[in-house]
Design a protein around this ligand. Structure first.
Ligand SMILES: NC(=O)c1ccc[n+]([C@@H]2O[C@H](COP(=O)([O-])OP(=O)(O)OC[C@H]3O[C@@H](n4cnc5c(N)ncnc54)[C@H](OP(=O)(O)O)[C@@H]3O)[C@@H](O)[C@H]2O)c1
Length: 278
């Protein structure tokens, strides 16, 4: 999702962009084949590399910690070191899950304290990329919302059909748009910035709050929203942190970018969300 959006963003800036794929049927001149589980180091040279490919589902990393570590840490660092060796500036997309979610607004120099395999893998990949020194940067993200997310299009479809939906009242997000991710990524690329950067919303709110904004946008009956508990849905504790916000003081001071409000991000995304088809 994010890799594809960055591709469009940078191509629109007039940059020459290539995005890897591991799907043989999608390989072409702009999409070279690349498999992180067994990386072949024949990628084209690049001034700037974004490491966006990963197993990004917490549940998958929890279920298959060894196989996913091979992708999220070992393969990722193999390509990071190789591309840095060729002169590239390397950016790793990381996550708020390098922290345990016990407190809001974590600082970029706070000691990582992941509570899940995915977070431990991201923390390990971060230290490998930061060890690249003046060629390595890390961008930690909270939940990135896109209008095409299946959760949103599915809710929109059900509400429009007057079917109830069951968002979690005890699962939280501090969302950002992919556009904000792209803007910070562009600053990092332009300045060959090094170190750790943050991109999160200003506050954590529940998925029920997100569903209410979606229903209001579509003039749907709010009574169709039936709050549920993620505890009952077998979601692992590590996948439901209370807080996901990170401080953005550097991004504000350097680039004038502040953590966006929950309403601002949610409404911007919802406005472009088209109900899915059954
Ligand atoms: N989205 C968020 O809310 C969020 C939040 C925090 C951090 N992040 C991080 O941001 C990055 C991008 O996230 P995303 O939401 O765009 O994830 P995504 O939509 O799941 O995309 C991940 C991509 O990685 C590819 N991939 C998976 N395993 C691979 C392998 N072994 N070799 C090569 N490619 C492989 C996938 O290919 P297939 O399509 O073939 O599966 C997919 O294209 C990830 O590092 C994620 O951890 C995302």
């Amino acid at each position: 999702m994010i890799g594809a959006a960055l591709f469009e963003y940078f191509a629109a800036r007039g940059w020459r962009v290539q995005a890897t794929t591991r799907r043989r049927d999608r390989v072409d001149a702009q999409h070279p084949y690349f498999e992180l589980a067994a990386p072949r180091l024949d990628l084209p040279a690049a001034d700037f590399v974004v490491l966006a490919a990963a197993v990004a589902r917490i549940g998958d990393c929890e279920a298959e910690p060894v196989a996913t570590r091979r992708i999220n840490v070992e393969g990722t660092l193999t390509v990071a070191r190789h591309m840095a060796g060729q002169g590239s500036h390397v950016l790793l997309l990381s996550s708020d899950k390098v922290f345990d979610g016990a407190m809001p607004l974590r600082g970029r120099h706070d000691q990582p304290c992941p509570a899940c395999a995915y977070g431990r893998q991201k923390a390990a990949a971060e230290s490998g990329v930061l060890a690249l020194g003046d060629q390595g940067a890390v961008l930690r993200l909270s939940k990135v919302l896109e209008p095409s997310l299946a959760l949103l299009t599915g809710w929109a479809r059900d509400l429009a059909a007057r079917k109830p939906i069951t968002p979690f009242h005890d699962l939280y997000l501090a969302p950002v748009t992919v556009d904000l991710v792209a803007r910070i990524t562009a600053h990092i690329a332009d300045e060959r910035a090094v170190g750790i950067y943050h991109c999160t919303g200003a506050e954590d709110r529940s998925y029920v709050d997100l569903a209410r904004l979606l229903a209001a946008d579509g003039c749907n009956d709010p009574a169709l929203i039936r709050p549920a508990s993620c505890g009952a849905a077998n979601l692992p504790a590590a996948a439901r942190p209370r807080y996901t916000t990170l401080e953005m003081t550097v991004e504000q001071a350097r680039w004038g970018l502040t953590a966006p409000s929950f309403e601002g991000t949610a409404k911007a995304v919802i406005a472009r969300c088209v109900p899915g088809i059954d």
